[in-house]
Design a protein around this ligand. Structure first.
Ligand code: MG
Length: 300
């Protein structure tokens, strides 16, 4: 199942995404059924925390739910997550090579590098990315597969990790490279307002990972102004998702709706010579198999 948070007028709603035959080339072919009344909440994290109770009801009754009104707006699946989005740095070899020592932490990591983005950084599809011109002159993009935690837990063994995964979504780990480099840590360069585009929807695990082992093999792509910049496969992660869950959950309780962004493949702007960083007006699109396409424009 694919779940979304959306806005209809001024109201936040949750829905089930369904595909329909596109009626025109511009038609994305995705529509949403409004299940807010059916599940009794407009908070997707709440739906996921009650998944045992709600999944059967959604399966049986979502088809009869009303369609979202024409002109509805996609929001991030978790527009204001309960806590920070966990992110993994330098988790694809070719990306580690392309960024070299520009991250302040040279070389292949021997353990996962973890940082976070505050809830205030999250934006949804089509929302503008603030270039923060007074703060940074090195704005960059990072297309990433993100994991959504289902049943919470701590001290999760790798062999049990898949049971704690509800599903997946897309994150663009927008980064101020100069802040990342100059401050010797990553929060300041990656936690700015609007630096966590997320969505357009949240897909349950079986949609993306049929084997159910928490090791999906999907293609992650990123375009800037229509030009393909990144194309990687998640089988190339240095630390796979069960390893990440084990590392993160050691002495730290993961909760339903927590998001872990797994790192970006090569092709980021700073990796080019000369760098090809983002400018006001640029359009960044990230697509992952089964997870749709996340489009955001840098505010002019
Ligand atoms: Mg990243």
């Amino acid at each position: 199942v694919r779940l979304a948070t959306f806005a209809a007028g001024n109201e936040r709603r949750v829905g089930v995404v369904e595909s329909v035959d596109p009626v025109s080339p511009e038609d994305p072919g995705e529509w949403v059924r409004d299940v807010t009344a059916l599940v009794g909440t407009d908070d997707l994290a709440d739906v996921i925390s009650r998944w045992k109770e709600l999944s059967g009801r959604l399966e049986a009754e979502a088809d009869a739910a009303p369609l979202a009104p024409v002109g509805f707006q996609w929001l991030a699946p978790f527009p204001r997550p309960a806590r920070n989005v966990f992110c993994i740095g330098k988790n694809y070899r070719e990306h580690v090579q392309e960024v070299g020592d520009q991250t302040g932490q040279p070389g292949l990591p021997s353990r996962p590098i973890v940082f976070t983005k505050p809830p205030s950084a999250v934006i949804g599809p089509d929302a503008p990315i603030d270039p923060h011109a007074g703060v940074t002159s090195a704005l960059d993009y990072e297309a990433e597969l993100a994991v959504i935690i289902g049943p919470g837990g701590s001290d999760i063994a790798e062999k049990d990790a898949a049971r704690h995964i509800w599903g997946y979504t897309i994150v663009n780990d927008v980064t101020a490279r100069d802040r990342q480099r100059d401050h010797g840590q990553w929060f300041l360069g990656k936690g700015l307002d609007t630096f966590c585009p997320m969505g357009p929807w949240a897909a349950s695990a079986e949609e993306v990972d049929p084997a159910g082992q928490g090791r999906p093999d999907v293609t992650v792509r990123c375009w800037v102004n229509g030009e393909l910049r990144q194309q990687g496969r998640t089988r190339d992660l240095i630390f796979d998702i069960p390893q990440l869950i084990t590392t993160l959950s050691a002495g730290l309780t993961l909760e339903p709706g927590d998001v872990i962004s797994t790192g970006t493949p090569s092709g980021v702007g700073i990796g080019f010579n000369p760098p090809r960083l983002l400018r006001p007006g640029d359009v960044v699109e990230v697509a992952i198999d089964g997870l749709g396409r996340l489009r955001n424009q840098v505010r002019s």
